[in-house]
Design a protein around this ligand. Structure first.
Ligand code: ATP
Length: 222
């Protein structure tokens, strides 16, 4: 699903984002990406989404070589990736239902065609009963679950989550992680960036560790 082969990223001014990173994540795998602040986690995610371009090396996502991918294919690549952010980035003037429907509307679905998929996604995160509420009426953990529902509503092959539990307490963080596991159990490949080492160790999955842009460990925790 994802393959990095000697990938480096230099930002303007020579700042190192990534340095000679190689790894692969198979279809259906779930893995954590960890490391201290500034280690390169967000950079790696941005390269997969083509929000940044690598300075050296090759990246394949879903069999596509990103260096040779035509610009016209980038929206298709991104549509196959569900993204979850730390601050979930919900629209507060739209209902829970409308927030989750947004990626489908952008992809060209008519509102009538969205309803089944939106409700299935809300059901997966246990928020079907809250579809008509506005995000302000939800707890922090519920808002993040709406963000997760929005990430899976397009039925992506891959989910990228950048610090998805950043503002949540340990119990809610574990609940959110269990939802990622449930998505993974239905075949979705999942890559989660987190600097919460205690949480990552508790989940017992593959852990990729970055340090100053280098991949310094790739462990399977059982
Ligand atoms: N647009 C940019 N211009 C210059 N340097 C950048 C830019 N974006 C990131 N960097 C640098 O690249 C390095 C990696 O940053 P990145 O955001 O990928 O780290 P991170 O592991 O996600 O950190 P955090 O956990 O704090 O989010 C850092 O040294 C950062 O300062």
């Amino acid at each position: 699903m994802i393959r990095f082969d000697g990938v480096s990223k230099r930002y303007p001014g020579g700042h190192i984002g990534l340095e000679q990173v190689s790894f692969h994540l198979s279809r259906g795998e779930i893995a954590f990406l960890t490391g201290h602040s500034g280690a390169g986690k967000s950079t790696l995610m941005k390269l997969i989404m083509l929000l940044e371009r690598s300075s050296a090396g090759q990246i394949w996502v879903g069999g596509h070589n990103l260096r040779t991918l035509r610009n016209s294919r980038i929206p298709y690549l991104r549509r196959n990736i569900g993204v979850v952010f730390q601050d979930h980035q919900l629209l507060f003037d739209r209902t829970v239902f409308d927030n989750v429907a947004l990626p489908l509307l952008i992809a060209g679905y008519s509102p009538g065609d969205c309803a089944g998929r939106v409700r299935a996604a809300l059901d997966m995160v246990g928020l079907l009963s809250k579809e008509k509420l506005f995000p302000v009426a939800l707890s922090g953990g519920e808002q993040q679950r709406v963000g997760l529902a929005r990430a899976v509503v397009n039925r992506p092959a891959l989910i990228l989550a950048d610090e998805p539990t950043g503002n949540l307490d340990p119990q809610l963080s574990t609940e959110i992680m269990k939802l990622f596991e449930s998505f993974n159990q239905v075949g979705v490949t999942v890559l989660i960036a987190s600097h919460d080492l205690a949480l990552v160790a508790r989940m017992r999955h593959r852990i990729l560790t970055l340090d100053h842009g280098r991949l310094v460990a790739d462990q399977e925790v059982r």
